[in-house]
Design a protein around this ligand. Structure first.
Ligand code: FAD
Length: 416
């Protein structure tokens, strides 16, 4: 395990931070904050180190699948999250070439699951909700912004984390356990010497936040536009009185650089959102997409969770979903270890099971979704895929099976 303060250049004198929470979480993204909140609910104090000065605002996750909401409810976050976002049930697939629409909805799960709806809530707002709940409930979580983790060391009896401060000094934290929740480019994973195995797709996704009257134009609140050129994921972000903010995400195979993204964006917007006078682009961000996974989610006293452990293309919304399911299991396992109710083999189970779920379920399903939505509907393969979509609108049992899929990504806790 490396420490850039030892192997790299001079970053200023180390100074010890004395708070000494038993768990240090690296990254105040949704996964890091959920772990912090969940551990604190079980009486485990947590220090969170975040390199940015504030919550990261880039347009990313919006959709929280119904199956993840039970966990938010257990952690007493769901009500505040629903108040900040909104519930929705409908799904629509639009075949761009033919104009055919296929609709089905989560109302099919009413009576059989506790929360038969998805929550639409952008992930930066979700992080803010968790910060508010932590403050409201007086939970023992300290979030230290502008602390970039540059060193992690595992000693037999403790882990040591070094974080770079804005003034160039290095703050040192000692903890019993460290959770690396610092995203797909994870410094913690790198410092552990772990590769990120898998591949990166050649095309980029471009996520935009845009005000546009999609509903007037017949779009549902989650619409997958299926097409090899204009394939897109269109999701309503805001249902409040000044509604009209949507996330329109498309795939661009020729968007090699940010400048190129901007040059080509007009062509996509003018086609899908043709009324330029009623269109207001609020934000956009290009993303590389990966199907990658660390070979181990645990090394000694350091654990990986969320995108730091595994990254997927976001088609179908299984990225943060997986990170939330990681968190529910890790919170229970780590709290049990810290509080002496379980030995640390429960952490090996966490590491093994969550990696297995990603490799066997999440990554193949997200790749299949991406190929279907951004693929042709006229090749034999594409036509067969569209037939399977069409069946979702005609066969309630087929729709129910598809709607239940996110539940299969959960690993039940076994530490109680
Ligand atoms: C366009 C798009 C749409 C998506 N839509 C969905 C969706 O609808 N549903 C879904 O489930 N998923 C979706 N995803 C995936 C989702 O955004 C990610 O899975 C999610 O952000 C992972 O959360 P995380 O907390 O693990 O990592 P991140 O959100 O990346 O957070 C990591 C945090 O760590 C901090 N950090 C990084 N390095 C350091 C360091 N060295 N020291 C301290 N802090 C550090 C970062 O600043 C950041 O705050 C989408 C992704 C994209 C790109």
């Amino acid at each position: 395990m490396k420490d850039q303060t030892e192997s790299g250049g001079e970053t200023g004198p180390a100074r010890r931070h004395t708070a000494g929470a038993p768990v240090v979480v690296v990254g105040a993204g949704p996964v890091g904050m959920l772990n912090a909140l969940g551990l604190a609910r079980q009486g485990v104090p947590v220090t969170v180190l975040e390199r940015h000065a504030d919550v990261v605002r880039a347009p990313r996750a919006v959709v929280h699948h119904w199956a993840t909401l039970e966990g938010l409810d257990r952690l007493s976050v769901l009500d505040a999250a629903v108040a900040a976002g909104f519930k929705k049930q409908d799904y629509c697939f639009l075949n761009w070439r033919t104009g055919e629409r296929v609709r089905y909805g989560l109302s099919l799960l009413e009576g059989s699951v506790a929360h038969p709806y998805n929550l639409h809530l952008r992930q930066d707002r979700f992080v803010e909700v968790m910060l508010d709940v932590i403050e409201r409930d007086g939970l023992p979580v300290e979030v230290r912004f502008e602390r970039e983790v540059i060193g992690v060391r595992d000693h037999d009896d403790r882990a040591v984390v070094n974080a770079l401060c804005p003034d160039g000094s290095v703050e040192q934290h000692q903890a019993s356990w460290v959770i690396g929740a610092d995203g797909a480019g994870s410094a913690v994973r790198r410092l552990l010497g772990l590769p990120f195995e898998g591949f990166t797709w050649p095309e980029r996704f471009v996520a935009t936040d845009v005000v546009y009257p999609f509903e007037e134009e017949g779009y549902d609140q989650t619409t997958f536009v299926v097409d090899e050129t204009y394939g897109a994921i269109i999701v309503k972000i805001d249902n409040s009185s000044d509604a009209g903010l949507w996330r329109y995400t498309y795939s661009d195979p020729e968007a090699g650089t940010p400048e190129r993204v901007e040059q080509r964006m007009g062509g996509f917007l003018d086609t899908l959102l043709p009324h330029a006078d009623r269109r207001e682009l609020r934000a956009h961000s290009p993303y590389k997409m990966h199907q990658r996974c660390a070979p181990a989610f645990r090394m000694g006293r350091v654990l990986l969770a969320g995108d730091a452990a595994h990254a997927t293309n976001p088609t179908g919304g299984y990225g943060l979903t997986s990170g939330l399911f990681d968190s529910y299991l890790l919170i229970d396992a780590l709290a049990a270890v810290v509080r002496g109710r379980a030995d640390d083999r429960v952490l090996d189970r966490y590491a093994h099971e969550r990696r297995r779920v990603f490799k066997e379920l999440v990554s193949p399903a997200a790749s299949a979704n991406k190929k279907m939505i951004f693929g042709s509907t006229v090749t034999d393969e594409g036509a067969a895929a569209w037939d399977r979509v069409r069946r979702l609108g005609q066969d309630e049992e087929a729709a129910r099976v598809r709607l239940m899929f996110p539940k299969s990504l959960e690993t039940p806790a076994r530490t109680a």
